[in-house]
Every structure is written in C-alpha cells, then in structure tokens.
Design a protein around this ligand. Structure first.
Ligand SMILES: Nc1ncnc2c1ncn2[C@@H]1O[C@H](COP(=O)(O)OP(=O)(O)O)[C@@H](O)[C@H]1O
Ligand SMILES: [Mg+2]
Length: 464
C-alpha cells in the first residue's frame, strides 16, 4: 500500500502554490499533524517539509480524509489519492485523502473554531479584538491566485491560508492588524487568524506561526491589474489618441491609488517602528543591488550594455548624503495587490515576498521601494499586451505614453496623500526601480523568457 508521504511527494509539486517547481524533490517529511476532526470524514492540518537541492521549505496542507467509497463527485478534482490509514484510524485499512480547502463541510470547522477562539491541541484559533465572527457560511476557493489559497465564506469573509510557512507571525496579519488598529480605510479588516508553534531551524526556538488569516471579503473589489490592463487595451484600440483623451484613461485612478498608498505608509510609520538608515546601511543596500546586477549580467548578456548606468545609479544611492528614512512597507507592491472597491482603493497581501524568511521581511525599508514596485507594474501593464505582436513598433510609443502618464499621476497622488514627493527623491526612486527591473529580467529569463523584453525595454528606456 501507499504511504501518505508518497502521495504528497507527487501531489505537492503540481500545486500552484508550490515554490520549488522544476527542481526534483529529494525528500518529503510530515513534520506535524494536527488532527482537527478525528475519524472519517476527517480534517487535519499538516506541516510538510520538502527538501530540494540542499534546502528545505515548509508547506501547509489542509488534509481531508474519507473512506475510499465515500468521496463525492464534486470533490474528485481535489483528491490526492488513496493511502494507508493513519495509525489512529485502526478500523479502516485505507483512506482517500484530498485537499480539504475544496470541502465546505470541512472548512466550516475553521470558521466555527475562529468564532469560538478555540484551542485545538497545538492549533490556536483566534478572532480579532472587537470582532464577532459569524458562522454558518459556506466557503468556496477563490481561483486565479498564485502563492496561497484563499477561501471566501458567503459574501462576508476571506480566509487566506498561507501555504509556504516560515516561522513567525505572518507580516500580512501583523501589518493588516496594525493598520486596523488606527482605523485605516485602505485595508480589508482582519477578523481573526489561525496559528501554531513551529520550531525555527535557525534559532531552535518554538515560534508562534500564522497558518491563516480571516479578513473582510470585499464584494465590489476589482483587481487593479485588470483595471489597468483594460485601460491599456482601450487605448490600443485607438492608438491615435493620447492616453488622456481615451475613454478608459486610468490617471484618475492612479492618482487615487498614489494617495491611498501614501496614507497606508503614513499609518504604518505611525504605529510601527521607523528609523533612518546609517551611511553604512545605505552603502550595504546599494552593494546588495549591485551584487544582484552582477549575477543578472552574467546570466543575461543583453544587460551588459546598460550595466554601467545601473551600477552608477546604485553607487549614487550608496554615497547619498541625505538621510534615508525607513519603516515597515508592503514589500511586494504591484497592481495585482490592490483592488478598487465602491469606496476606493484597498491594499491587500502585506505578507511581502513569500520566498523570504519572515525575519527578513520584517526589516525596515524605504517606502519608495513600494512606489518603485507600483511604477514597474504600470510599465508591465502598458507593455505586456505588446509581447509577440508583429505590429508592436507603432504601439510602443503608446505604451510609453500610458506608463508615463500614470506614473506621474501616481507620484502626484502619493505626494498629495502626504508621502514624500517621489519626484524630489529621484536618486532613491531610480535605484529601487532599476533594482526591481534587474530582478524582473532574472525572473523572466528563468520562468517566462517570452516576457523578458518587457523589463529589458524598460531598462533601455530608463537608462536612455
Ligand atoms: N478581502 C478580499 N476581498 C476580495 N477579494 C480578495 C480579498 N483578498 C484577496 N482577494 C482576491 O484574491 C487575490 C489574491 O489575494 P492575495 O492576498 O494577494 O493572495 P496571494 O498571497 O496568493 O497573492 C487578490 O488579488 C484579490 O483578487
Ligand atoms: Mg497577492
């Protein structure tokens, strides 16, 4: 018969949230099993350690268990396989295991437990201070996501289950909670969370670690990326127009988004630590950027002709005389992380880069790093529809004009909303933009070579 570990070794690498795609799994170990609903139908939370190429990553699996003849058709797509029963299920020789996020009869348990602030063995369910969580809502898995799995309960809550686990409180929960405490109108209100203790392999310490976050579901939300892409498409349909003349002009939204971003940065600086980078730390930041460029140039020779300008921009940041204020920031900011609701822009997904340990993500950074992330995203929105189009040369100027107009609007909105004026901090902003574009070049070279022209063209345009 088959062991659960064997099934998971085949199944996990096929999941969208698996970060180690394309690299063989050397070993897989179930580090922790938390039985939430015993027996069958049953529910367990597993912490699974996956070793690949000398490194180990941890993932959360919400595992459903049923008798092999008792799996409904509508769960067929979620089935992982049939394996030996776990030791505590003696009367069944085998069970069918499946991804329980797709089973509303099981996910109801999670919402109930949060509402009741339940302690379930080593798993702690908590509702946020001041929140009364409503139960009895059916969940559906939100589709189209990348790094995590989000459930929508009724039209009221989303439960974001973090797939890749790093020891520590997830910055998404930490920052969203901090912003909620000061009444920020630019976030989806947090209503609770699920956590357990994970031993941090670096320190050997037992560390409370976030498994999931319950948040207000934003019914009227439209993805920022979708809105921007629609505006670009509209402009491409009438390329004789200037971006400001087209019906789908995005600049008003970009301005409001800039102001919302500034408000969130201001609140973060108010409630969480801030600092000013020492000249040494500033030099280290610039050195890190230069080191990433060095690696990228070796991998993507087309970068070489621009390397000198890029290095010079990083060096200028390293030698800059002015203070560089730092604070907690979003950390992975782009158009796919913001949604437009009836009442304005809302920022989502404050977890930072899921590939980086929580400790690293807690480090303070310049808010201009987020600004640069969004500006790069405008560039992507403007250019990605041109990839592979033979008639693209005529539209390149249009793409640039769209990106430029919305870039200016965002920066103006950011200054208007009380952030530092990005236009007055060009040296810092440019270094962050270049650094991001260099990262994109590497990313595209490795994962989406047909998109590499997007960041390469931007670097060409930015470096003149
Ligand atoms: N509170 C919410 N209300 C409505 N939609 C949401 C909410 N949270 C997330 N979403 C949708 O799910 C997508 C992914 O959420 P996100 O938190 O960015 O997850 P991931 O870490 O997987 O990127 C968002 O872009 C948005 O479309
Ligand atoms: Mg996201």
């Amino acid at each position: 018969m088959t062991r659960l570990e064997e099934l998971l070794t085949t199944w996990i690498p096929t999941q969208r949230w698996f970060a180690g795609k394309g690299v063989a799994v050397d070993a897989l170990r179930i580090e922790a099993t938390h039985v939430l609903v015993p027996g069958v139908p049953g529910l367990r939370i597993l912490v699974v350690a996956v070793a690949q190429n000398g490194r180990t990553d941890r993932y959360q699996v919400l595992l459903g268990l049923r008798a092999p003849d008792a799996i409904a058709d509508e769960l067929a797509h979620a089935v992982i396989g049939v394996c030996d029963s776990p030791a505590d299920l003696r009367d069944l020789p085998s069970v069918v295991v499946y991804d329980a996020t797709h089973d509303a009869s099981m996910t109801a348990y999670l919402l109930d437990a949060i509402a009741e602030d339940r302690d379930d063995g080593a798993v702690r369910f908590r509702s946020a201070p001041g929140s009364t969580v409503h139960t009895g809502l059916r969940s559906l898995v939100l589709t189209g996501e990348q790094s995590n799995t989000t459930l929508v309960y009724g039209e009221e809550y989303v439960l974001k289950t973090f797939r890749r686990l790093w020891p520590g409180r997830n910055p998404d929960l930490e920052l969203t909670s901090a912003l909620a405490r000061v009444g920020s109108e630019y976030i989806a209100r947090p209503h609770g969370w699920i956590e357990t203790d994970v031993v941090d392999p670096e320190t050997g310490r037992t560390t409370p670690t976030t498994l999931a976050m319950l948040q207000q579901y934003l019914r009227s939300a439209t993805d920022g990326w979708v809105l921007a892409a629609t505006s670009v498409r509209d402009l491409y349909a009438s390329p004789d127009l200037l971006p400001g003349e087209a019906g789908g002009d995005f600049a008003g939204e970009a301005h409001r988004l800039g102001a919302a971003t500034a408000a969130v940065h201001r609140d973060l600086a108010r409630v969480l630590p801030t600092d000013v980078l020492s000249p040494e730390a500033q030099a280290r930041l610039a050195d890190d950027m230069a080191a990433r460029l060095h690696v990228a140039v070796a991998e993507v020779p087309e970068l070489a002709s621009h390397a000198r300008t890029l290095y010079a921009a990083f060096e200028a940041l390293g030698n800059m005389d002015a203070d560089l204020p730092v604070q907690r920031v979003h950390g992975d900011y782009h158009l796919g992380q913001v949604v437009r609701t009836d009442s304005g822009w809302v920022l989502l997904d404050f977890e930072g880069e899921p590939a980086v340990p929580v400790r690293e993500r807690q480090k303070l950074s310049s808010p201009l790093r987020d600004v640069a992330g969004m500006l790069r995203s405008f560039d992507y929105a403007a250019r990605y529809q041109l990839v592979g189009r033979t008639d693209n040369s005529a539209l390149v100027a249009t793409a640039r004009a769209w990106a430029q107009r919305n870039r200016e609007a965002f920066c103006e909105g950011y200054a208007f909303g009380g952030g530092v004026d990005p236009e007055k901090h060009q040296m810092v902003l440019r270094a962050f933009e270049y650094d991001k574009a260099v990262y994109e070049v590497m990313y595209e070279a490795r994962h989406r070579p047909h998109w590499i022209s997007i960041p390469l063209d931007s670097i060409m345009a930015l470096t003149g």
